[in-house]
Design a protein around this ligand. Structure first.
Ligand SMILES: *Cc1c(COP(=O)(O)O)cnc(C)c1O
Length: 385
């Protein structure tokens, strides 16, 4: 179907999704089965049991691998389960260097689960390339990057950090959830593995929770695939189908997310109630040049600080008409949230403030609605604040 050298938009629709051979079904069927009939003992079709392999999941894994330019893909029941599968490949005493401003659930898994299992972590400022380099020791077995970060949208220099890690033979994982493979190509910049919460932009419709690991490194993917089957954090066939439906429109959705976000960022910059706007597409962003080089477009996420702290932020968030007050991101609908109260409440206040997560900070996931409606809604909210 899709030729090897097809371009992104074509791969998104066709990779892994050839018409089903028996009926010609244009869409990959939801193979809602746990097991497969064998012709004789051990004489099977390649499918034995759905934790190990399922055709709908095979299609999604091939599709996502193609989008990231990877040889292999492994899908999971959530982004956290995908992270867990990578961490399961490490052993007691191993050291991991990670960005500090990472997804809260990733930090919780590292800090509360894997520390207890004997792994050691150093957390460094996401945008400080030298900090990653100086934190690496002889025991370092993994570098964990997330860029842009959440919710401060710091940008890590993937190419520079991967080059430094490579000199020490240390693999690098990039959580590419915020950017998607349409905007950012970590494997081409030297990363060993890419991780996704497909719950966000890849699924794109806020109707499925899932995760994925994509890589070309045979040895690493063999380990991840082993854990996928051994620990069993796999996605259901229906969820794989929904995610595949999402990826078909990834490119057009991302273009609109980015266009809308650019216009919303400009509106915020010009508003007297707004103290600061954080968006990689603005020249005021500290890593604007790096973001422009590393990402095709600046993405659909914006954070801003409203004047008047918590009380202003509360007034702003209450009674929005088009934006939905909710956690998560990356769906077609615009979402707004307050990190200090909602997604990042588990971080102690002093630590939050030291990292710039002030009480006036608001994060928005700009959807693909008509941007004038989004602007009107935000304008009214700011007037209330
Ligand atoms: C949501 C998210 C995750 C975790 O994914 P789940 O699907 O919620 O388990 C990991 N990384 C980033 C950047 C995320 O936004």
């Amino acid at each position: 179907m899709a030729k090897e050298n097809s371009r992104f938009e074509t791969l998104a629709i066709h990779a892994g999704c050839a018409p089903e051979p028996v009926t010609g079904s244009v869409n990959v069927p939801i193979f809602q089965t746990s097991t497969y009939a064998q012709r004789g003992p051990g004489d099977h079709t390649g499918f034995e049991y759905s934790r190990t392999r399922n055709p709908t999941r095979d299609a999604l894994e091939a599709n996502l691998a193609a989008l990231e330019g990877a040889k292999h893909g492994a899908c999971f029941g959530s982004g956290c389960a995908a992270t867990d599968a990578i961490m399961h490949c490490l052993s007691v005493g191993d050291h991991v260097v990670s960005a500090d401003d990472i997804y809260g659930g990733t930090f919780r898994l590292f800090d509360k689960v894997y520390r207890r299992h004997g792994l050691d972590f150093s957390f460094v400022p996401a945008a400080d390339t030298n900090a990653y380099v100086s934190a690496m020791t002889d025991r370092t077995k993994l570098v964990w990057l997330e860029t842009p970060t959440n919710p401060l949208l710091s940008i890590a220099d993937i190419e520079a950090i991967c080059a430094a890690a490579k000199k020490r033979g240390v693999p690098v994982v990039v959580d590419n959830t915020f950017a998607t493979p349409y905007l950012q190509r970590p494997l081409e910049l030297g990363a060993t593995m890419v991780l996704h919460s497909v719950t966000k932009y890849l699924g794109g419709h806020s109707d499925v929770v899932g995760g994925a690991v994509l890589a070309s490194d045979d040895a690493w993917m063999e380990r991840v695939k082993f854990v996928q089957n051994a620990a069993g954090g796999v996605p259901a066939p229906m969820d794989c189908f929904l995610t595949l439906r999402g990826t078909k429109t990834l490119a057009v959705r991302m273009d609109r997310h980015c266009d809308n976000a650019g216009q919303i960022a400009e509106l915020l910059v010009g508003h007297k109630k707004v103290e600061k706007v954080i968006y990689p597409g603005l020249t005021s962003h500290p890593q604007h040049a790096l973001a422009s080089r590393q990402m095709k477009k600046p993405g659909g996420m914006i954070s801003f600080v409203v004047k008047g702290g918590l009380e202003s932020a509360r007034r702003l968030l209450q009674g929005m008409k088009v934006f939905t007050l909710a956690e998560s991101l990356g769906g077609v609908e615009s979402l707004i949230e307050h990190p200090a109260i909602m997604t990042h409440a588990s971080i102690p206040r002093e630590l939050r403030e030291a990292r710039g997560l002030s009480d006036g900070l608001v994060r928005i996931s700009v959807g693909i609605e008509n941007v004038a409606d989004l602007a009107d809604d935000l304008q009214a909210a700011l007037d209330r604040a």
